[in-house]
Design a protein around this ligand. Structure first.
Ligand code: ATP
Ligand code: MG
Length: 451
């Protein structure tokens, strides 16, 4: 069973054309043989006519044996009342003299002959040819008619394959587009230039994309609204806790601190939820600007510098590249900061965090390399899932990397996390964005900011 539509069409059309070619070949072979037979008969008849017109006298009276080629026609001319032929081109052959006029087949000297007999009042003329020779001649001629088909059939298969491939190329392109559909790319498929047979299919996919986009958008709106609504009571809670702080008895201080930490965690979760809803939202009216990635990296380092200093972390940005990305600056800043803050959060005190930039074709990448514990390989594929935390002992909402991914995809970029492969434990988190070409500048080694 052939699964590929292309192969099915090529085989079906190829077999069809081959069958037609074969039938055509067989019929032309037989037609040619019949035509050739008629032609050879006509020749026998014409020779007989020439003999009657006086050519018979031209035949030598006693031709030497063996002067005739096997393929030649044999002519025997009888005069009435004569026992031996008046003329013959081969005296060893005797065809029945009383043969009926016209064509007939006779066995003479152990060979089969096709004989044309002409009975005239003044002479009987017999013109004969070996049936074996006739068969050979007709077969040769008929075989010649098969050559064009033999040569053309492979060419027809190639042509069928090319035509089918060409017709299906558009389908293949559409397939690639359908495959490219995901929640980050919910553009409807183009309908112009689509073959009529596929148009309803594309229409259904587009309707589905539209519904999917609507449901994703309503989910995003719900998250944004819920987070927004939760912020007010949480702020009130925070305020009440602040007011209560001076009145908490010393014995309850620890439990009260735990309560405030809980309120703080809920606050962070709400902030992250709002950021995620914003990162997932369609491009708003905020104008895009030329964002200098080196500046964003330096600013991300500066943001975490106080806490890094406090925890004895050595954080540095080196190998800086001058590259610009067309985006909303806060989005790019948020993405880079999330990755840097992960490195700070998950690297034990006294560790090292290096930030490096690199250009790869039309992308600019920021690599954040830490000396933390890394992530189990089995958990790595899940780090971009919402609320996923590989290490539940360390506080976090599990949304940071989902936000980073949404921002990267929004600008046609990408983000990846992998364990270090230089023998040390730690993570290499890479975030990349397409470079705006007008912003391409020369590589510059910026100053290393080291804590
Ligand atoms: N540099 C890192 N080293 C070790 N583990 C990491 C690193 N970065 C991320 N992780 C793991 O991946 C998980 C997901 O990270 P993510 O940033 O999405 O969430 P989070 O840091 O837990 O919370 P949030 O960033 O929303 O405050 C983390 O919980 C952590 O276990
Ligand atoms: Mg995080």
């Amino acid at each position: 069973m052939i699964k590929s539509l292309r192969n099915q069409l090529v085989v079906a059309l190829g077999l069809l054309v081959s069958a037609v070619g074969l039938l055509q070949g067989i019929s032309s072979y037989h037609l040619c043989r019949t035509g050739m037979d008629a032609l050879l008969d006509m020749r026998l008849e014409q020779v007989a006519t020439r003999m009657r017109d006086g050519f018979a006298e031209g035949i030598p009276q006693n031709p030497a044996r063996g002067t005739q080629d096997d393929r030649d026609v044999v002519v025997v001319v009888w005069k009435p009342d004569e026992a031996t032929p008046f003329r013959t081109t081969d005296p060893s052959l005797r065809f029945p003299r009383d043969a009926t006029a016209g064509f007939g087949s006779y066995q003479v000297n152990d060979e089969s002959w096709r004989v044309f007999t002409r009975q005239d009042p003044t002479m009987t003329i017999q013109v004969a040819q070996r049936n074996a020779v006739r068969r050979e001649l007709t077969r040769e001629a008929a075989t010649q008619t098969l050559w064009p088909i033999v040569v053309l059939l492979p060419l027809v298969w190639i042509a069928v394959a090319l035509v089918v491939s060409r017709s299906l190329r558009r389908l293949k392109r559409l397939g690639a587009k359908v495959q490219g559909i995901d929640t980050a790319n919910l553009e409807p498929l183009p309908t112009s230039g689509v073959p009529a047979e596929i148009a309803p299919f594309i229409h259904s996919i587009n309707t589905m994309i539209e519904r999917l986009a609507q449901s994703i958008e309503s989910e995003r709106k719900f998250i944004a609204d819920a987070a927004h609504e939760l912020r007010t009571p949480l702020t009130a809670l925070q305020l009440q806790a602040d007011n209560l702080a001076p009145h908490i008895a010393p014995g309850n201080q620890e439990r009260f601190r735990e309560l405030r930490r809980g309120i703080g965690r809920a606050g962070s979760l709400i902030t992250q939820l709002l950021r995620m809803a914003r990162a997932d939202a369609p491009m708003g009216a905020t104008p895009l600007t030329q964002v200098n990635i080196a500046t964003v990296v330096t600013s991300a380092v500066a943001d975490v510098l106080p806490i890094a200093l406090q925890r004895g972390l050595d954080i540095g940005a080196e190998e800086m590249v001058e590259a610009h990305v067309r985006a909303v600056e806060t989005d790019i800043g948020m993405a880079v900061k999330n990755v840097v803050s992960n490195a700070v959060r998950y690297t034990p005190d006294g560790g090292t965090i290096d930030l490096r930039m690199r250009r790869e074709r039309d992308m600019v990448w920021v690599d954040v390399v830490d000396t933390g514990p890394g992530i189990a390989e089995t958990l790595l594929p899940r780090v971009f899932d919402r609320f996923f935390r590989a290490n539940p002992d360390i506080e976090g909402s599990g949304l940071g990397l989902s936000i980073v991914k949404a921002i990267a995809q929004r600008y046609g970029g990408d983000v990846s996390l992998r364990n270090r492969d230089d023998g040390r434990s730690g993570i290499v988190a890479s975030i990349g964005f397409p470079v705006e070409e007008s912003g391409v500048a020369t590589e510059a080694n910026a100053a290393t900011a080291t804590a």
